[in-house]
Design a protein around this ligand. Structure first.
Ligand SMILES: C[S@@+](CC[C@H](N)C(=O)[O-])C[C@H]1O[C@@H](n2cnc3c(N)ncnc32)[C@H](O)[C@@H]1O
Length: 189
């Protein structure tokens, strides 16, 4: 089965977890991976799906052994293990990374649909990521809406500032990429 068919079938089964009808396109995936450099030692991608952003991350020269993937959907995890040997694939919600993942992450790249989530869930995901990230590391989030993909109260809770990309029209739906960084020591934790 192609990645596209697998993605669409899983969307039909789990619409509230997946929230998109098609995987991220190449242009948006490249933008998501822009912060990655080959010398990074540990990176996590959360909500990796069928791995279009994973491909872009590895395309930046990051060794697969430096990449951990978190994905709720078991069928997607099987596909990721086949496509990206050497990466560590966790069939777990991203908010559980504190129990299993590598610390001092150089970046977290997120395809998890945070925008429609309640603040408490956004905070659990971002809080777990920040706990595992080195100070000043980037939390990169894709979104399709006009507003930042983390609520104002969550941004305030963790002291996050952000930069955003231009709108990427070549994506379905058109997307933007936000890069969040903490400007003071993990206040919300
Ligand atoms: C919009 S899809 C994006 C998939 C892929 N990153 C892409 O760009 O094509 C969102 C993905 O996040 C996963 N997901 C949702 N909530 C999650 C969570 N709390 N932890 C890990 N993965 C999650 C879903 O199963 C789904 O694969």
């Amino acid at each position: 089965m192609s990645d596209l068919s697998l993605f669409f079938r899983q969307f039909i089964r789990h619409p509230s977890e997946i929230r998109a009808v098609a995987p991220t396109g190449r242009a948006a995936a490249r933008e998501m991976a822009r912060v990655i450099t080959p010398d990074m030692r540990a990176v996590a991608e959360i909500g990796a799906g069928t791995g279009t952003i994973t491909r872009a991350i590895l395309g930046r020269g990051l060794p697969p052994e430096a990449l951990e993937l978190y994905e709720l959907n078991a069928a997607f995890c099987d596909r990721l293990r086949t496509l990206y040997p050497g990466t560590r694939v966790h069939n777990l919600p991203a908010q559980e990374m504190v129990n299993v993942g590598r610390a001092n992450l150089d970046a977290v790249i997120s395809g998890v649909p945070t925008l429609p989530m309640p603040d408490a869930l956004q905070a659990a995901i971002v809080g777990a990521a920040l706990q595992m990230m080195r100070p000043g590391a980037a939390f990169v989030q894709i979104t399709y809406g006009p507003l930042p993909p983390l609520s104002e109260s969550v941004r305030r809770q963790f002291g996050l500032r952000h930069e955003r990309s231009r709108r990427i029209w070549a994506n379905l739906p058109p997307a933007r990429v936000y890069v969040f960084r903490q400007d003071r020591a993990t206040p919300g934790l």
